[in-house]
Design a protein around this ligand. Structure first.
Ligand code: GLN
Length: 198
């Protein structure tokens, strides 16, 4: 049986994540149709990994609790790949009490860190482990203002930390699912043991 990946499908850019992971799996010779939307605890069964998409972290947080997913996500054994709102949800602390974070990564996150005048922008950033700059899309993005000792910082810009990794988990303040560069999805897949044979 091939690998199965899930995308938390409560709100946000779910279809973009499904497309991105299908394409990334295709690049390593796996079946891309094994990327499924996750809405209820049972959907997590048998998954190797889960993506938490960009969207509105306050809304996703509310729906996680409404759908009975909070505890199951804490107990989930696979890797979690969070982007933007997903990064907020994976944090241990956030500056907004409406978000009940999962605490999967020891980071402190500031929502909407770039203010109104810079709600959305693109930037070429350097990411540990990639041999050339990564073109990143930031949309009302958060930053991490602190990362604990065991959290590896993969990218930082003037405003703060924008990519981190710990064990099988990865969180990004920007949106790799919106572009065609799949290197970060591939990095995550490699981390959970899915890579091109040979
Ligand atoms: N500002 C949003 C939040 O904190 C995240 C934006 C996004 O995911 N593009 O929920």
């Amino acid at each position: 049986m091939g690998v199965r990946l899930g995308v938390l499908a409560l709100q946000g850019d779910v279809s973009e994540h499904i497309r991105g992971f299908r394409a990334a799996l295709g690049q390593v010779g796996e079946e891309g149709d094994l990327v499924i939307p996750v809405r209820h605890p049972d959907d997590l069964t048998g998954l190797s990994a889960l993506a938490i998409p960009g969207g509105e972290s306050t809304t996703i947080s509310r729906l996680i609790q409404k759908n009975g997913l909070y505890e199951p996500l804490l107990q989930f054994k696979g890797g979690i790949f969070g982007t933007c709102a997903g990064m907020v949800l994976m944090a241990s602390r956030v500056d907004d009490p409406r978000v009940r974070t999962l605490g999967l990564l020891d980071i402190t996150v500031k929502r909407n860190a770039f203010g109104r005048q810079k709600e959305s922008f693109e930037a070429d950033i350097s990411v540990t482990g990639l041999d050339s700059p990564y073109h990143a899309y930031f949309i009302r993005a958060p930053v991490a203002t602190r990362a604990g000792d065991r959290v590896e910082v993969l990218a930082r810009i003037d405003a703060g930390i924008v990519a981190v990794r710990k064990g099988p988990h990865m969180a990004l303040a920007f949106h790799p699912e919106l572009g065609t560069d799949l290197r970060l999805q591939r990095m995550f897949l490699e981390r959970i043991g899915i890579q091109k044979p040979g």
